[in-house]
Design a protein. Structure first.
Length: 367
């Protein structure tokens, strides 16, 4: 008789997610995520500046380019940042050992983040790790040269990541102009925090309709530009408010318009009504490609009281989207949810009809 060790099987199947902060901006993002006590994630900081690296809260730190810059930074030169990462590529590879998914955080435009992030992404991809980069573009007042370096760095990064999320700092200025400068920068870090937390919860927490790591991989693998939004809503309009907030995600350089692969997850208390789940789901479906492949997940959390959380990860955009002037895209207003008078294009659901009926019956019990 073959013995079966349940604990061993669970441990061996557990997905390891790592977040690596590259350079000053990426390191700050990692520090803030640690301060927020994000769980189930391993943190790594990478830098060419020894003093900054010493102050990092990350449990694992990698000093790169010691021979090149003697721990004094890359001096705003992406070429130095790239060479520094290549110099310590073996240490980087060792740090990524065991990871199934990697988030790379970096501020683009400087030396270390811009130059080293693409090298780290390449190493991760060569190891078969699902690799997602969340990067910022500089403020306009930082000058044209820094912006040009950022754009070139992002183009290099695109060649080596599965999915890329870009946060233009200029959006921060527009939306949070009354906030203190440091608090404004924290809003960009919150995008990364929410994204990592959402993916981690999707993979590691048991839900009513579960999504696993392979679902996340199918949505985000080899996807190019990506959109990741987390929306919250309370009260009678919570479904609409949460869905629209997740769809719009105003800080990102993306919308979900034309997305052909979408992972949608809804978290709500057990008192949530079926019509609220339907409303949030329909708002997301109406905003993407009519032939979208939709992966739906949901779970209960009674600590939310009268709140709903909607997470949307969208990729595989309609042809032409990446060539558009994405800075000036306007998000179309999402229409009010009404009873459908005509059949819509079929959405390719990834759960079975039996699961769907079980799901409906569970929610209906709470009406």
């Amino acid at each position: 008789m073959v013995s079966f060790d349940m604990d061993k099987e669970i441990n061996e199947s557990k997905v390891t997610i790592k977040v690596i902060g590259v350079g000053g901006g990426g390191g700050n993002a990692v520090n803030r995520m640690i301060e927020e006590k994000l769980e189930n994630v391993d943190f790594i900081a990478v830098n060419t500046d020894a003093q900054v690296l010493r102050e990092s809260k990350a449990p694992e730190k990698i000093m790169i380019g010691t021979k090149l810059s003697q721990g004094r930074g890359a001096g705003g030169d992406p070429e130095k940042g790239e060479k520094a990462a290549e110099e310590n590529s073996e240490e980087i590879e060792a740090a990524l050992q065991g990871a199934q998914m990697l988030f790379i955080a970096a501020g683009m435009g400087g030396g270390t983040g811009t130059g080293a992030a693409p090298v780290i992404a390449r190493i991760a991809k060569e190891k078969g790790i699902l690799t997602v980069a969340v990067v910022t573009k500089p403020f306009s007042f930082e000058g044209g040269q820094r912006m040009a370096q950022a754009v070139r760095g992002i183009e290099k990064l695109k060649d080596h990541v599965d999915s890329l999320l870009v946060i233009p700092n200029e959006r921060l200025e527009e939306i949070y102009e009354e906030l203190e400068y440091e608090e404004t920068l924290k809003e960009a870090d919150r995008v990364l925090y929410q994204g990592v937390q959402a993916v981690s919860d999707l993979i590691l927490k048991t839900g009513l309709v579960n999504r696993d790591f392979e679902d996340v991989r199918r949505v985000m693998s080899l996807a190019g530009n990506a959109h990741m939004g987390v929306g919250r809503g309370t009260g009678k309009d919570k479904a609409r408010d949460a869905a629209i907030a997740a769809i719009n995600s105003p800080l990102l350089e993306s919308t979900i318009d034309g997305a052909k692969r979408v992972l949608l997850n809804i978290v709500a208390p057990k008192t949530v009504r079926m019509k609220e789940i339907k409303e949030a789901s329909k708002l997301v479906r109406d905003a993407v490609h009519p032939d979208v492949k939709l992966f739906f997940g949901s779970s209960f959390d009674d600590s939310l009281n009268d709140e709903m959380i909607v997470t949307v990860i969208a990729t595989d955009f309609d042809s032409g989207v990446e060539d558009m002037d994405i800075e000036n895209i306007e998000v179309p207003e999402v229409p009010e949810v009404k009873e459908e008078t005509a059949p819509k294009a079929a959405v390719q659901q990834e759960e079975s009809s039996a699961d769907a009926f079980d799901f409906l019956s569970i929610f209906n019990k709470n009406k």
